[in-house]
Design a protein around this ligand. Structure first.
Ligand code: GLU
Length: 479
């Protein structure tokens, strides 16, 4: 039978890393089994749901390469269907109208608190007669629909990740509210646990893969499945993503939305590759740089860990750097060029762009590194303390003086790498200055410090920019 999985995000915020990882696990299993990956937008919280968040989630999924197979389902279009099922539950006696007011619920909670008991509804209206119901309605009292949960029932399921899970009916908070308050005999807006069961059933979902924070919902939902005589899907509850302190990754950790990662300069392939390791690791492959298609072949839900998955920036950075290294320079150059354009940095030619990109590629971790790393090619960097120290050395200034006069004499228009090497060798030999000193001095002239990209290739680029002479000159002028 075809396996059908889904992501059911609530569009109440930007696409979160936790939702993205859930999407990824669903997508991977659907691909592995030649099944289908579907989307259902759970937008029935009208106050908090926004269409811009739906767009953000769908854009984020596409950006990560997690395309879905059928038109996304919008839960808000299905409210009347949900209500029909609530009616069915009312008719079969599995659900009932409950008139407990907000004040009465608060009162009950207070009492329970005093006794040190967890909040639980006392199911006071479970057995109202028709006449009692009529009376409440004629008094103008609103009602919710509650689903009966037997205290003595035990709910068990074979979780693909956690093995057998058992829940006791008495621990589920009393009879479950299926719909918001409404007046008269109306049925108010259906709530999550009812809607999710009805929709998963009508979308023929075979596997529900979602975060472990939904475990108690699963217990409630199983009871609804049974009451409606629906076929149960297979459940898997994934571990939470944790921060460095072992707490659930949250907004306080600064970067949590997929947009944040995109803006910082993480590549979608790298982020998706890394996210797959948040709770799962390949059993059969040592290689950690894997495409989604490669991962889908070796992925299995039963290999996902139970324990929380710590978010590891170092690993993400390492993976991202590998993807940048692997990326075609021309493609990378286009991305980097956009940063330069935004900053108003002008480059001499597209060939120059490509050469600088190739030069910086190996030391980049995130795309934005290209800004800091290419800056010294567009503006004169300050001479730092270590540079100033070196320039105090007589031989250092000597070597720069000789290079400058040579460049002026020869009037070299465009210096290539061979010429650059030749100049360094000749100056070193003819003035008996160690090659190392010549090179370090040039580096200080170009970058103001002793570190940076390959000197010879940098010189070639700076020469084309016509700023090598200027950079050497200023070292000779400064005291
Ligand atoms: N809308 C729910 C959420 O975003 C869906 C949970 C589920 O997958 O059933 O948490």
């Amino acid at each position: 039978m075809e396996k059908r999985l889904r992501l059911a995000p609530s569009p109440t915020g930007l696409f979160h890393i936790g939702t993205a990882r859930t999407a990824l696990f669903n997508w991977l299993y659907a691909k592995k089994t030649n099944g289908k990956f579907l989307i259902r937008i759970e937008d029935t919280d009208f106050l908090r749901s926004k269409s811009e968040y739906t767009k953000n989630i769908l854009d984020g999924l596409k950006w990560l390469g997690l395309e879905w197979d059928e038109e996304p389902v919008q839960q808000s279009n299905r409210i009347s269907i949900h209500k029909d099922y609530i009616k069915k539950l009312l008719e079969s006696g599995a659900a009932y109208r409950c008139f407990t007011s907000e004040e009465e619920i608060i009162e009950l909670r207070e009492e329970q608190k005093k006794k040190g008991l967890p909040p639980k509804h006392d199911n006071r209206h479970r057995n109202l007669s028709e006449r009692e119901i009529e009376e409440f309605i004629s008094q103008g009292r609103n009602s919710v629909i509650r689903f009966k949960i037997d205290d003595k029932i035990e709910i068990t399921w074979a979780d693909q990740i956690r093995g057998e899970i058992k829940w006791q009916g008495k621990d589920l908070g009393g009879d479950l509210v299926l719909s918001r308050r409404s007046s008269g005999y109306e049925i108010g807006d259906p709530l999550y646990n009812l809607a999710v069961v009805v929709d998963d059933n009508s979308m023929n979902i075979t596997h529900v893969v979602r975060g472990e924070d939904h475990i108690s919902n699963t217990a409630k939902q199983i009871l609804i499945y049974k009451a409606l005589e629906f076929k149960l899907p297979i459940f898997s509850h994934t571990p939470l993503i944790l921060n460095n302190e072992g707490k659930k990754l949250s907004k306080r950790d600064c970067v949590t939305s997929i947009d944040d990662f995109r803006e910082m300069g993480y590549l979608p392939e790298a982020l998706a590759n890394y996210m797959s390791f948040l709770g799962w690791s390949p059993k059969t492959s040592e290689n950690e740089i894997l495409s989604l298609n490669e991962i889908s072949k070796i992925f299995d839900l039963s290999d996902i860990n139970k324990a929380g998955a710590k978010f590891n920036w170092e690993k993400l950075n390492w993976i991202n750097a590998q993807y940048i290294k692997k990326m075609e320079s021309s493609k990378l150059s286009e991305i980097i060029k956009k940063y330069w354009d935004n900053l108003g940095w002008k480059s001499p030619s597209s060939d120059w762009d490509l050469k600088l990109t190739t030069l910086l590629k190996d030391s980049m971790i995130i795309l934005k590194d290209a800004i800091d790393q290419s800056k010294p090619f567009f503006s004169l960097p300050q001479i730092q303390e270590e540079g100033q120290e070196l320039l105090k050395n007589k031989e250092s200034k000597e070597s720069l003086k000789h290079i400058l006069s040579y460049l002026r004499q020869e009037n070299i228009d465009k210096l290539d790498q061979y010429k650059a090497k030749e100049i360094i060798n000749n100056i070193s030999k003819s003035h008996s200055i160690k090659k190392g000193i010549v090179m370090k001095s040039l580096r200080v002239a170009f970058f103001g410090c002793l570190s940076g990209p390959d000197l010879i290739q940098s010189w070639e680029l700076l020469s084309e920019n016509k700023s090598d002479l200027l950079r050497i000159e200023r070292c000779l002028i400064s005291p």
